[in-house]
Design a protein around this ligand. Structure first.
Ligand code: NDP
Length: 448
C-alpha cells in the first residue's frame, strides 16, 4: 500500500488533496483488497485512481466593463463502471485539478452507494460568482459550456450544481448547451421545475442528510425530536438540512457563511429559515443580517486566530458541517467530543479533516461520511434523469418517498457492511467497503 501511494505522489506531485483522500480511502478498504485476488491482476486500484478522462480548458469571458477575463474550466471523468459519468460542478476561486480529482474520486463511491446506474465525475472552474452581476455570470457560463458541451450528454456525462453553482448558473449552462447542441435533454440536473427539473432536487442533499441522521438515531432507539443541532453553511445543502431537521423535531441552533456564524438559542424554525433563504439566495446577502431581524440571536465573525471555529464549540447533540472541505479541524473535533456530541453527520464533501476524523473515532463519536449522508442529491438527480427520459413529472411526495427509501438503503448497507467487518458503528468503513466492492466488481466484469 505504501509503495502504491508513493508512486501516486511521484506521478502527480502537486496533488496533495487528492493523495490524502486516496490514502484515507485505501486504508479503509484494505480488508477486502486481497479478496478476490483478481482485483490485483485487473489493476483495479491503479485504474480507480487514474481518471478515465480529464478535460482542462480556457474560459474567456467579458466583464461588465468590457474587459476580458480568463478562467480555467475542468471536468474530471473518473470512472464509468456502473453508469454514465455523473457529478456536480463547483465555481470557487480555490478550486483546481487536485480538488476536482479528489471530489470525482469520492463521487464514484457516493454514486455507487445509491445503487443507481451512475459513474463518477466532478468539475467546475476557479471562477468566483460572488460579487459578479447576473450578466457576468451568464457570459461566464456560456463560455464555460461552449467547450464542456462537446464532452457531455445524457448517456455520457451529466453534470449538476454544487458549491457556487445554483439554479441561476444551471439555467445559464443548460440554455447554452441547448442552443449549441440543438437538443433539449436531461444533460444537466438541478434544472428549474418549469423546464425539466425534478421536485425536491434542490432540497434533496440536505433532506437526505436529515433522513440519514434519523436512521442513525433510530438504530440507537432514538430520534431527532428535541435534539440541539449545529449546522454550518447557509447554502443549498445547509438550508435544506435545517428545514428537514426542524420538520423532524430537531432544534437548529446555528447557520454560517464565509463571514461568520449566527447562534439562535430559541432555534431557527421554518419561518426563520424562509427568511434566511430569501436573504442568501434572492438578496445574496450575508448571514450577519439575521441578527437585525431576530434580536434573540447573536453573530460571531469567522476568526480562526484561536485555531478553532467557535460554532463547533457550542454545546449540542448533533453536528452537521454543510459548507466546505476541511472546515472541522482537530481542535473543533476536541470541542465537539468534549461537549458529548452524539453524532457528526457530513453534509458537505469531506468537511471533517483527517485529524478531526481520527479524534472523533478515538472518542467513539458516531460519524456519517458525506459520501453516504449527502448522496440524496445525486440520487434525486438520477430520478430527474429518469423523468426526463420518460417525459414525466413525478409529484414531490413520490420523489421524497424514493429519496427516503434510498437513504434508508444506504444506511443499511453501511451498517451491515461495518458489522460484517467487525466494526458495527464505523459508517466510514461500511460506506467505503460496500461502495468499493460494487465498483470493483463492475470493472472486473467488463474486462480491460
Ligand atoms: P452553496 O454554494 O449553496 O453554499 C455553500 C455555503 O458554504 C455558503 O453558505 C457559503 O457561504 C459557505 N462557505 C463557503 N466558503 C466558506 C468558508 N470558507 N467558511 C465557511 N463557510 C463557507 O453550496 P452547497 O450548499 O451546494 O454545497 C455545500 C457543500 O456540499 C460543498 O462541499 C458541496 O461540494 C457539497 N455537496 C453539495 C451537493 C448539492 O446538491 N448542492 C451535493 C453533494 C455535496 P458564502 O455565502 O459566504 O459563500
Amino acid at each position: 500500500m505504501r509503495e502504491f501511494i508513493r508512486k501516486l505522489e511521484h506521478k502527480d506531485p502537486g496533488e496533495k488533496e487528492f493523495h490524502h483522500s486516496v490514502t484515507r480511502f485505501l486504508r479503509s478498504v484494505e480488508p477486502v483488497l486481497d479478496q478476490p485476488p483478481e482485483f490485483d491482476r485487473y489493476a483495479i486500484l491503479q485504474r480507480l485512481v487514474e481518471p478515465e478522462r480529464t478535460i482542462i480548458y480556457q474560459v474567456p469571458w467579458m466583464d461588465d466593463q468590457g474587459q476580458v477575463q480568463v478562467n480555467r474550466g475542468y471536468r474530471v471523468e473518473m470512472n464509468s463502471a456502473v453508469g454514465p459519468y455523473k457529478g456536480g460542478l463547483r465555481f470557487h476561486p480555490d478550486a483546481g485539478l487536485s480538488t476536482f480529482k479528489l471530489l470525482a474520486f469520492e463521487q464514484v463511491f457516493t454514486n455507487s452507494l445509491t445503487t443507481m446506474p451512475l459513474g463518477g465525475a466532478r468539475g467546475g472552474s476557479d471562477f468566483d460568482p460572488k460579487g459578479k452581476s447576473d450578466d457576468e455570470v451568464m457570459r461566464f457560463c456560456q463560455s464555460f459550456m461552449s467547450e464542456l458541451a462537446r464532452h457531455i450528454g445524457p448517456d455520457i456525462d451529466v453534470p449538476e450544481g454544487g458549491l457556487g453553482v445554483g439554479l441561476r448558473e444551471i439555467g445559464f449552462l443548460f440554455g447554452a448547451y441547448k442552443k449549441q447542441q440543438n437538443e433539449f435533454s436531461g444533460v444537466i440536473t438541478g434544472k428549474g421545475l418549469g423546464w425539466g427539473g425534478s421536485q425536491i432536487r434542490m432540497q434533496a442533499t440536505g433532506y437526505g442528510v436529515a433522513y440519514f441522521t434519523a436512521e442513525m438515531l433510530a438504530a440507537r432507539g432514538d430520534s431527532l425530536e428535541g435534539k440541539r443541532c449545529l449546522i454550518s453553511g447557509s447554502g443549498n445543502v445547509a438550508l435544506a438540512a435545517a428545514e428537514k431537521i426542524a420538520q423532524l423535531g430537531g432544534r437548529v441552533l446555528t447557520l454560517s457563511d464565509s463571514g461568520g456564524h449566527i447562534f439562535d438559542p430559541e432555534g431557527i424554525d421554518l419561518d426563520k429559515l424562509a427568511f434566511v433563504r430569501r436573504l442568501k439566495h434572492i438578496r445574496r446577502g450575508r448571514i450577519a443580517d439575521y441578527v437585525e431581524k431576530y434580536s434573540e440571536a447573536e453573530y460571531t465573525e469567522a476568526d480562526n486566530a484561536d485555531g478553532y471555529n467557535p460554532l463547533w464549540a457550542r454545546p449540542a447533540d448533533c453536528a452537521f458541517p454543510c459548507a466546505m472541505e476541511n472546515e472541522v479541524n482537530a481542535a473543533d473535533a476536541v470541542h465537539l467530543a468534549g461537549n458529548n456530541i452524539r453524532l457528526v453527520c457530513e453534509g458537505a464533501d469531506m468537511p471533517v479533516s483527517a485529524e478531526a476524523f481520527d479524534i472523533l473515532k478515538e472518542e467513539k463519536v458516531p460519524f456519517a461520511p458525506g459520501k453516504a449522508a449527502n448522496a440524496g442529491g445525486v440520487a434525486v438527480s438520477c430520478l430527474e434523469m429518469a423523468q426526463n427520459r420518460m417525459l414525466l413529472n413525478w409529484t414531490a411526495e413520490e420523489v421524497d418517498q424514493r429519496l427516503q427509501k434510498t437513504m434508508q438503503n444506504i444506511h443499511t448497507q453501511c451498517r451491515e457492511t461495518a458489522l460484517e467487518f467487525g466494526e458495527p458503528d464505523n459508517y466510514y468503513l461500511g460506506a467505503n467497503i460496500s461502495a468499493f466492492q460494487r465498483v470493483a466488481q463492475a470493472m472486473q466484469d467488463q474486462g480491460v
